[in-house]
Design a protein. Structure first.
Lengths: 286, 607, 639
């Protein structure tokens, strides 16, 4: 009989975090250690269901002996490492990264962005009124979700979720280069002419609201989106027999959004088109 | 994979171009006509997905044949390789030399980078654009350094077809450039590589010894000039012995990072994971650099031999040479050399009867400076966007295809030949104790004899510049290219070693030395450098993607300002520059502020 | 795209009644509706059938089967599992004594070879397929056996495009090849199985070349699959309705199970059998006893000890014989043995094969009460319609998924109008029929179920929430069992090993609806990614992928019939005829056409399908009809 893999017990790595002894399992990242120690490290491109892309660089920390700052989200803790998370050098880079982001993209629907801007005293306006921005109009080419790339920080999470990490549909990629790089389907076609299967797993991982379900987009546009009035209830999808756990976000007795817990053993946070968007039938109440 | 290829069909030409690279399709699922057998059994899976690394050659095949990459052509290539079209589109749009929009079959790439700018590239561009307007059948594209700085200003004409034709015009006049674009086949032959070696014939040369002395197309001639003695010696020493010699010789990487080559090889060789790869970085794209081109064009067998030795040392059986796309002649020469070596049993199954097997594949870049970064280069070879990876893990552990990889640039590898033929002690005696061996320098700009110079480490900047015949009115020297830094005319006694330049707060980089007089105002040079980084940033990380834009914007604002009028923007530049240096993923972003900073601090720009 | 006017359904908010089927419905109060329903059932006692719901909670299914058995005194209770996976349950329980898939999703990420047989999981079970993709990305090799080269098949190392209905020849040929190549796991076969010798003789005639002739797949491909499966250290064999929706679906399942017995690919982590279920609670419905032959906890009605336990728990007498299954109940409507049906949440008028016949039979009933959230086509035939709550968003309870994981569903929104929970309604009816049932809440029902089903005993609501669902069996409130079933087969001690698994000695039997000159095309059916069953639910959202119903043909056939995409054609079988527009799909081959059952209000595919049923499980042969395609005289192009 084959043994059931319960995971090899992991060794502990000891290192110094802001002068304090830190101990994490081998393989854990500096970010894991920071969070375990209750330190608030800002992150944008990091996702709990995705491999670190370390593109946004807002989580950088100082590691003794390293010429440059290192991203906490992807750097593994090593024995004897000396990590500092709150030096002037760290705060400077975080501040500039936030300024660069806010001066080029719309972070108004990015959770916690405003808080970090305050915390790091970022002043994005100082690049002047002519600073280049992403000024795309929202792309509304289907009834299920909207792509508002003026809010895109090019974190690659949607590409990774659509690609080999989860969905394997490969409908989108980063096209172009540098500041002109953008998320696109082949030949910049509308989604409806692409390999998109409308699972919305990209929406689930988007950190800025650049991708949002059409229902949420419409409610926000009308000023009616109000998370303080929403309840989240966990249940199971009504479609096929796979049994995906759903979290129903309900506002005024209307399901307004469906997600899935990222730590769920069946879904790992992913759903298909039916599970994520196929809820309307229960509230066709005549 | 359940990919969706769209409805666009390839033209016969596009299909032929792809099939010429990949062979005819094996089944209807790959694009052949449907047969009964196809509808009963289809193979796919790993074998089909494992050909992703042919994507870049496939894009070249399309672009070479028709001049751009159409929806139908891309779709067919994707079907053949089981690559998602969105990803292939992302790759195609990453490279400057590809177009996904229709364009004329002939494209004239005119260099507007530093050396050419100083040599009047602006006038050439204006003149060429005036004569090659819409309807001329030629597209004119201004671009970064073509690696022809010794003959600035330079232009490269590429005419799509079967085969693709190229012609170099350098130094280019408007008429010559237009003629080259109009009839690439009839353009005058480029001067031989040796024309870029002012020291040619000097018996003290080691690395450049054969350039001009041997027929670059003849293996026999190469052997007559001492070729393949180093490989015999390598086989005699065994892999560990080769690594020991290279380590003892004190060889460090010549690409700019100066990492000890022996250590890199040792680390690769000792990895338990297999296979191991050897990658030769010939994506020489640092503005002002052209030494690897001269080596590949003038002594291509030396590179093939050196790659063979390096591969042997690290137990690789597959090696790649990634040559920048702007070097058509170097590609031809190295390809020919590889074919010859293979035909003569110097590559392949049983090299020199030693039971060692190796093959070398050439990959052409397609216009992306960032691909000179080793991990970006791996991604490029693998058929992904040429974006650098986060390190660690380092390439010696997880490099090309995720396997242990030794990556060295052309000059570094070529140094291995004299190390083996003269022995480590004799080699180490050249140069200084901490920078051993000979070094190649690319001198261009305000000098009478621009070209590649070979000097032992430790020669001074002044010695090098006087060899090259520096002209009067020297305003500044740029060491290390766009990623390097400026020095003042009063710093000519700077020793050209890694440690010497570092101590002086400058950088040797890849060995670029550009001399500038007052022809072009410094702020314009800095703007050009800023534009270069903005255009070449891959866009992956925020500090570089947005920081290079903010840097260029600030430099544009202060282009005509000095003193207090520039102070705020200079402060801003310092802050952004510091974050780019500290927080960017790779060397591109980390160095994007170097030259500007040095101009402000060393040369007193804007003061 | 053609201009579609898809039917959308709005929720039922009040009970509907009528005195005669000729009349329209009128809204009624609950009292009246329940009284009428109770009277209608009362007068048909002895001729009653319960259609329970594979989409409602376990708790509802438990109460529904209890209603049938205790209140109505019959085992005639079944659900739409009959139309899909009943053969899997029958086949698996014949081999192993238990009707669940043997493996967990997680295991397919850690296996070496995956065989997807008659399963387009990429479309029909997208999130399960993500686990398959994890496996593939981790190095597993996948093989697909399917008449069509589906999206799933495109991920395969090797796709075997067999003729519809030749799964047994394919499986037997693979078995024979494994035997001839000396790849049988002899130790396992010797200890844990019976009937190997008979099996060996049975498959001996199925040489690869004979199999090639019958299945259409090259012998080399069959051999390669046999070797890959047998040599794998771990292998998963997954199937869906391509195996079960045949007149001999149970035999098909047995033929696949044989391969796992031959190679020992069952009862170990990473090695197992995985039938993928089509409805959110088709597994749970059966587990709860909402099937005619089992009591809750999959306990056999014919076992007197089991009956005794339930009789004392429920204070009733349980009929000591199996009831009628869904298919048999429909047949019994024909001859009047079944005169009243209580149908909860099912839509047999559109989901049954040979739809016209199903409607005719339902109309022949003396009394039909339908309990649903919509006025479905079936509800339109009823005497009383009772508005229910949606199981997944308006109800507390549990459902059980394909990997036997029991998970909590919860009320997130308030149901519309006067809609009431299924359990309340059933209890009201029970009360009117003399059984004063009171359950405080769904958890009370669940705890009653736990007390009678050892496999569920350990699953308290608290633990279900804590572990994000628990897989059965879970006999202990303290521990969790391994994620796979039948590890016992590997026990060295014969006592602990238990009953060995018998090889299924099943014969090839081609589809009933033969193709001939008049009906030359084989029609097979299946699901699309964004739609679901009869479309009542999935019609409610605006899928950009949805294009309505089409008859899908291969490019060669389209050319042969001179038809183009969007052109409407007449599609006829020996039973009925529909008009449908053409779609061209390169995944098909000449003589093979494809349709779905998602848009019955536009194109009623089940007019074409045949009600040729599996004699063991009762599932119809949805996957194989013979049809004819006719170009319409004045061609109407819709794009």
């Amino acid at each position: 009989m084959t043994a059931i893999p319960i995971g090899v017990p992991r060794r502990l790595v000891e290192f110094t975090l802001d002068g304090q002894e830190a101990r994490v399992p081998e393989g854990a990242t500096v970010l894991d250690a920071c969070r375990a120690a209750g330190k608030d490290v800002p992150t944008l491109c990091q996702g709990d269901t995705l491999r670190p892309k370390n593109a946004c660089r807002v989580c950088v920390v100082e590691v003794e002996g390293s010429r440059t700052l290192v991203p906490a989200c992807s750097r593994r803790a090593e024995p004897g490492m000396e990590v500092r998370t709150d030096t002037e050098r760290v705060r400077h880079s975080r501040k500039i990264v936030l300024e660069l982001l806010v001066s080029s993209a719309d972070l108004s629907t990015t959770p916690r962005a405003a808080e970090w801007i305050k915390e790091y005293e970022a002043k994005p306006d100082r690049f002047g009124p002519d600073a280049a921005r992403l000024n795309d109009e929202p792309k509304i080419d289907n009834e299920l979700y909207v792509r508002d790339y003026a809010k895109c920080i090019l974190c690659y999470k949607c590409v990774d979720a659509c690609g080999d990490q989860w969905q394997n549909s490969f409908a989108i990629s980063v096209a172009g280069r540098g500041f002109d790089a953008r998320i696109a389907v082949e030949h910049d076609a509308p989604l409806t002419d692409s390999a998109c299967v409308f699972c919305g797993n990209c929406v689930e991982v988007c950190p800025t609201g650049a991708l949002s379900a059409k229902r949420e987009f419409d409610l926000r546009a009308a000023g009616d989106w109000d998370e303080s009035r929403q309840t989240d209830t966990t249940t199971v999808c009504a479609y096929c027999g796979v049994g995906c756990t759903l979290t129903l976000h309900v506002q005024d007795n209307e399901i307004v959004k469906v997600t899935s817990p990222h730590d769920n053993p069946v879904t790992h946070g992913n759903l298909c088109i039916k599970g994520r968007f196929g809820y309307q039938h229960v509230q066709n109440r005549g | 994979m359940d990919l969706r290829f769209g409805d666009s069909k390839p033209t016969d030409e596009e299909r032929a171009a792809v099939d010429a690279l990949l062979g005819p399709p094996e089944s209807a699922w790959e694009g052949a006509d449907r047969t009964d057998a196809d509808l009963r059994w289809a193979r796919g899976g790993r074998t089909a997905r494992d050909r992703r690394d042919l994507l870049l050659p496939g894009l070249h095949a399309l672009n070479d044949r028709v001049g751009w990459i159409s929806e139908g052509g891309l779709g067919y290539l994707c079907r053949r390789l089981t690559v998602p079209p969105a990803e292939a589109y992302g790759v195609a749009t990453f490279y400057a030399m590809f177009s996904v929009r229709p364009r004329p079959a002939t494209v004239l790439h005119v260099c507007t980078d530093l050396a050419c700018m100083a040599a009047g590239a602006e006038e050439v561009c204006a003149g060429v654009e005036a004569r090659l307007g819409p309807g001329s059948g030629v597209g004119v594209e201004r671009g970064p350094c073509l690696g022809l700085c010794e003959r600035a200003p330079a232009a490269l004409a590429v005419r799509a077809g079967d085969p693709v034709r190229t012609a170099v015009s350098a130094p280019a006049s408007v008429t010559e450039a237009v003629d080259a674009a109009g009839a690439p086949d009839a353009a005058p032959e480029e001067p031989p590589a040796v024309a870029a070696v002012p020291q040619a014939g000097d018996p003290s040369l080691t690395l450049l010894r054969r350039v001009g002395a041997v027929d670059p197309s003849s293996l026999d001639d190469y052997r007559a000039h001492g070729g393949y003695t180093a490989l015999r010696r390598a086989f005699a020493l065994g892999p560990a012995g080769v690594i020991r010699e290279v380590t003892d010789a004190g060889l460090v990487g010549r690409g700019g990072a100066a990492f000890p080559t022996g250590r890199k090889w040792q680390a690769t060789a000792s990895q338990p994971d297999h296979p191991h790869y050897l990658v030769c970085n010939a994506d020489e794209s640092e503005p002002g650099t052209f030494k690897d081109r001269v080596l590949m064009e003038g002594d291509p067998f030396a590179l093939v031999e050196a790659i063979t030795i390096a591969s042997y040392a690290v137990s690789a059986h597959r090696a790649f040479v990634y040559i920048r796309g702007e070097y058509p002649r170097a590609v031809r020469r190295v390809r020919h050399a590889i074919d010859q070596a293979r035909a003569r049993g110097l590559l392949g199954d049983d090299i020199l009867g030693q039971g060692y097997h190796l093959d070398i594949e050439i990959r052409r870049g397609a216009g992306a400076y960032v691909c000179g970064e080793e991990t970006a280069l791996f991604n490029s070879i693998e058929g992904h966007r040429g974006e650098p990876r986060s390190k660690p893990p380092f390439p010696v552990e997880k490099g090309l295809f995720g396997k242990p990889t030794a990556e060295n640039n052309v000059e570094t590898l070529v140094n291995v030949l004299p190390i083996l033929t003269m022995g480590a002690p004799a080699y180490a005696a050249i140069g200084t104790p901490r920078s051993t061996g000979p070094k190649l320098f690319c001198v261009s700009g305000s000098v009478d004899r621009p070209g590649v110079y070979e000097l032992p480490f430790g020669a001074t900047l002044g010695e090098l510049l006087s060899l090259a015949g520096v002209r009067a009115g020297l305003r500044a020297g740029l060491l290390g290219g766009a990623a390097g830094g400026f020095v003042r005319p009063d710093e000519l006694d700077l020793p050209l070693t890694f440690e010497g330049t570092r101590e002086a707060g400058a950088t040797l980089g890849s060995g670029v030395v550009m001399a500038f007089d007052d022809t072009v105002p410094l702020p314009r040079l800095l703007l050009r450098i800023a534009r270069f980084f903005r255009e070449e940033s891959c866009g992956q990380c925020v500090p570089c993607r947005v920081g290079t834009v903010r840097q260029e914007e600030a430099l544009r604002r202060i282009a005509d300002r000095t003193g207090a009028g520039a102070a705020d923007d200079i402060a801003l530049l310092r802050e952004v520059g510091r974050a780019m240096r500290d927080a960017s993923i790779c060397g591109l972003g980390q160095t994007a502020w170097n030259a500007v900073e040095s101009a402000i601090d060393r040369l007193g720009a804007y003061s | 795209m053609r201009n579609r006017q898809p039917k959308t359904y709005t929720r039922l908010t009040r009970p509907l009644v009528r005195d005669s089927r000729d009349e329209p419905f009128r809204e009624a109060g609950w009292q009246e509706a329940l009284d009428r329903a109770a009277r209608g059932l009362e007068r048909n006692r002895g001729a009653f059938g319960m259609f329970s719901c594979a989409r409602a909670t376990n708790e509802m299914n438990y109460v529904a089967q209890k209603f049938a058995r205790v209140v109505m005194g019959t085992n005639n209770v079944d659900s739409c599992n009959r139309t899909c996976h009943a053969p899997s349950v029958a086949g698996l329980s014949a081999a192993f004594g238990s009707g669940g898939g043997t493996s967990s999703y997680e295991e397919i990420e850690h296996t070496d070879v995956i065989v997807m047989w008659g399963s387009n999981a990429r479309f029909a079970h997208p999130i399960f397929f993500q686990h398959v993709l994890k496996g593939i990305r981790g190095g597993a090799r996948m093989y697909a056996v399917d008449p069509r080269r589906t999206s799933t098949a495109e991920w395969a190392e090797s796709w075997l495009g067999l003729n519809v209905g030749t799964d047994i020849p394919m499986a037997h040929a693979i078995g024979r090849e494994i035997i001839h190549a000396g790849l049988v796991n002899e130790a396992f076969v010797g200890r844990a199985t019976t009937g190997f010798e008979e099996y060996r003789k049975l498959v001996e005639p199925w040489t690869p070349s004979l199999a090639e002739k019958v299945t259409g797949v090259p012998a080399r491909a069959i051999r390669e699959l046999a070797h890959a499966y047998a040599r794998a250290e771990r292998a998963q064999l997954c199937w869906t309705l391509g195996i079960t929706e045949h007149h001999n679906g149970t035999d098909n399942v047995r033929a696949l199970i044989n391969l796992s017995l031959l190679t020992g690919h069952v009862g170990r982590y990473g090695s197992g059998l995985q039938p993928l279920r089509g409805q959110n609670n088709v597994q749970g419905g059966g587990d709860m006893g909402a099937i005619p032959n089992r009591l809750p906890g999959f306990q056999d009605i014919l076992d007197p000890d089991v009956r005794l336990k339930f009789e004392s728990a429920w204070d009733t007498v349980i009929q000591p014989h199996y009831g009628l299954n869904l298919t048999e109940m429909f047949e019994a409507m024909e001859d009047g043995r079944l005169r009243a049906v209580y149908c909860v949440g099912e839509n047999p008028a559109q989901s049954e094969a040979d739809g016209e016949q199903a409607v005719r039979r339902l109309k022949a009933l003396d009394f039909l009460v339908v309990q649903d959230i919509f006025l479905t086509k079936t509800a339109e035939l009823a005497d009383v319609v009772l508005p229910a709550t949606a199981g997944w968003a308006e109800t507390e309870g549990t459902t059980t998924n394909s990997e036997r994981r029991v998970q909590r569903v919860r009320r997130a929104v308030t149901p519309p109008g006067e809609a009431r929970e299924d359990i309340d309604i059933i209890c009201e009816l029970a009360t009117r029929l003399g059984h004063d049932w009171k359950y405080a809440d769904a958890e009370a029902v669940w705890n009653e179920l736990r007390s009678v089903s050892p496999d569920h005993y350990g699953m308290t609501y608290r633990r279900l929430a804590e572990h994000q669902g628990i897989q059965w069996p879970c006999p202990s409130t303290e521990e969790l069992e391994p994620p796979f079933l039948h590890g016992r087969l590997w026990e060295p001690d014969p006592g602990r090993r238990g009953r060995p698994a018998p090889f299924g000695l099943v014969q090839h039997d081609p589809p009933v609806d033969l193709t001939d000159e008049e009906y030359p095309v084989r029609l097979t059916t299946g699901r699309r990614l964004d739609s679901y069953n009869t479309g009542v639910q999935s019609g409610g959202f605006a899928s950009p992928l949805r294009r309505g119903e089409y008859i899908e043909l291969c490019p060669e056939d389209a050319e042969r019939y001179g038809v183009v995409v969007g052109e409407e054609v007449r599609v006829s079988s020996r039973r009925g005829s529909v008009v449908a527009p053409v779609w061209i799909d390169t995944a098909l081959r000449p003589g093979l056409a494809f349709m779905t059952m998602h848009f019955p209000d536009e194109v009623d595919t089940n007019r074409l399908t045949i009600e040729a049923n599996c004699p063991i499980a009762g599932t119809a042969e949805f996957k194989a009809s013979a049809i004819r395609i006719e170009k319409l005289p004045a061609s109407t192009h819709v794009r």
